[in-house]
Write a protein that binds this ligand. Structure first.
Ligand SMILES: [Zn+2]
Ligand SMILES: [Zn+2]
Length: 266
């Protein structure tokens, strides 16, 4: 037992280091994009996990929540939007890893926001548990098995039991007053989703990262599914693909990396 705890603590330390190091890449230009139909994407948090608010006139939706230490700052951002007359129609979770879902329950209680998540993540969010991950390269596969997954099993968060779960490949968000839809993009986790805004910008969660050398995430449950999801994303008309870790990727970068990894997985 003692040994397990030590391994898990080491894993948490490593996972946090990777994340913090990754976070430094994302601190730079904040993403405030206005699409052709005047939908605005605000990046309200960066660092540990990028968090976005998508706003169309007076309606808006929140995408992901980051970790506990970001809660105060996130609540202040939400309050500022509300003070400016915006109405939050939903909180969308790209998937149920703790760095995306940790503040979901508190947001649901404080602001009454409906939480939307894919059906395949339901069993994790209902229990405040992390979906398991697998390293995407040989070295990290072993490391993930021995360190990251034990660490993730300790990183529990407040469970959310009342969610609006979606299981469609495409789920329209127009009823929330936002010209956007959810696209099922599994691979990093089994129920990962992306948000396609105005058929122009994709917010992709952990389906890819935004680092200078590669957009391939270090952890995934199924790399073939992940590459297939990249193809789905390319088949939209989006010109930018904004991940939760790192900075946005242009379309040509995603196509290039898709061609490279697709050939490797054939
Ligand atoms: Zn994740
Ligand atoms: Zn993440």
């Amino acid at each position: 037992m003692k040994r397990k705890i030590i391994i898990a603590i080491f894993g948490i330390f490593f996972y946090s280091c990777v994340s913090t190091q990754n976070g430094t890449h994302s601190i730079g230009e904040p993403v405030n994009i206005v699409t052709k139909n005047n939908v605005t994407i605000y990046q309200v948090l960066n660092g540990r996990c990028n968090v976005f608010i998508i706003a169309d006139e007076k309606n808006c939706i929140l995408i992901d929540t980051s970790v506990k230490r970001d809660k105060k700052e996130l609540f202040a951002k939400i309050d500022a939007f509300i003070e400016n007359g915006y109405s939050f129609r939903a909180l969308i979770l790209t998937h149920s890893h703790y760095d995306h879902a940790m503040n979901a329950r508190d947001i649901n209680i404080k602001y009454g926001m409906e939480i939307i998540i894919h059906d395949k993540e339901k069993k994790y969010i209902n229990r405040g548990k992390n979906p398991p991950v697998v390293g995407t390269v040989t070295g990290s596969k072993i490391f993930t098995f021995f360190f990251i997954n034990p660490a993730l099993s300790l990183k529990k968060y407040k469970p959310v039991t009342s969610c609006n779960v979606v299981d469609d490949d495409i789920y329209c968000l127009k009823s929330l007053g936002i010209n956007a839809y959810l696209l099922y993009t599994p691979g990093h986790s089994i129920g990962s989703i992306s948000i396609i805004v105005d058929d122009e910008i994709a917010i992709v969660g952990d389906a890819m990262v935004g680092y200078p050398k590669s957009i391939f995430p270090p952890f995934a449950t199924d790399t073939k599914l992940l590459i297939a999801s990249w193809e789905k994303l390319i088949n939209t008309n989006c010109s930018k693909f904004i991940p939760s870790h790192g900075t946005s990727n242009n379309r040509d970068v995603v196509i290039k990396q898709f061609d490279y990894y697709k050939n490797m997985s054939d």
